[in-house]
Design a protein around this ligand. Structure first.
Ligand SMILES: Nc1ncnc2c1ncn2[C@@H]1O[C@H](COP(=O)(O)OP(=O)(O)OP(=O)(O)O)[C@@H](O)[C@H]1O
Length: 256
């Protein structure tokens, strides 16, 4: 489904600050599964996500999605196949546009269009139905600008927009990290519902071990750009994950 092979990435190449994050990294992600990527700060989670999504280029290696080579595709082009929800609730949506305009934008992803012709009347009822599925009452606020929504409502909308065109791959980049625990729980449940309903292959970065176990099928732990754990989520406990975390941090001298 997603095949990453021989991927390498360094920053500040050729300077005293050169840092190699990935060195001939390989990973395969199965279809219709949710894979959680966990690991301590700086282990390379976001860099990996950014290389898959196309916001930063890899130095070397290939990224194949459904056997289609994504490696040299620009981010906008990749967005036709890849949906993404960010940690920051203001990313992934256009805050100064209304809910209806945002839904229409997501619906037209990959198409050429003018803003004047953004909204198609015949589509509105369909958007209302999709929004109703979120159960947040957003279907009654179609003309409300997204900047007036709460962080949780925005993340829900962003998630819906990323999922509604049934992307080949959904990238969730700590998408509940900026939310309070209760809202975070609601969004995680909605995430699970959506990806199961639309059968979307998902990669989710999380710092929350419990969420990673509960909401994913597979857990991969990175440490310094390498896979140090790769297990089915039902075969790993929170205690085990925390112990490996602590062991790696201790080895790095980050904790005693
Ligand atoms: N644009 C950049 N320029 C230089 N170094 C970078 C850049 N982006 C990331 N890095 C470095 O690459 C390493 C991996 O960063 P990355 O953001 O991928 O880690 P992460 O696992 O997502 O961390 P966190 O959990 O804190 O978000 C870090 O040492 C970081 O400082």
């Amino acid at each position: 489904m997603l095949r990453i092979s021989n991927l390498s990435k360094s920053f500040n190449t050729g300077t005293d600050n050169e840092i190699t994050i990935f060195n001939h990294f390989n990973l395969e992600i199965e279809k219709n599964k949710c894979t959680a990527i966990i690991g301590a700060n700086g282990c390379g989670k976001s860099t990996l996500m950014n290389m898959i999504g196309g916001s930063i280029p890899a130095d070397q290696g290939r990224i194949l999605l459904k056997d289609r080579d994504m490696t040299d595709l620009k981010e906008e082009k990749r967005a036709t196949y890849i949906g993404r929800v960010y940690q920051d609730p203001s990313m992934g949506v256009s805050p100064s546009l209304t809910i209806l305009e945002n839904m229409s934008l997501a619906d037209k992803k990959g198409e050429k269009f003018t803003l004047r012709r953004l909204i198609k009347r015949g589509k509105i009822q369909g958007y209302i139905e999709i929004l109703r599925g979120l159960d947040l009452g957003l279907e009654n606020k179609l003309n409300t600008k997204v900047k007036f929504l709460s962080g949780g409502q925005r993340q829900s909308l962003s998630l819906l927009m990323a999922a509604m065109k049934h992307p080949d791959l959904l990238l969730l980049d700590e998408h509940t990290a900026a939310l309070d625990p209760k809202t975070s729980h609601v969004i995680m449940k909605k995430t699970k519902e959506l990806i199961e309903k639309y059968h979307i292959t998902t990669i989710m970065i999380s710092h929350n071990m419990r969420d990673a176990i509960e909401y994913s099928d597979r857990i991969i732990m990175l440490d310094k750009g390498q896979i140090v754990l790769d297990k089915s989520s039902d075969k790993v406990t929170e205690k085990e994950l925390i112990e490996i975390y602590r062991k790696n941090l201790a080895l790095d001298g980050k904790i005693a």
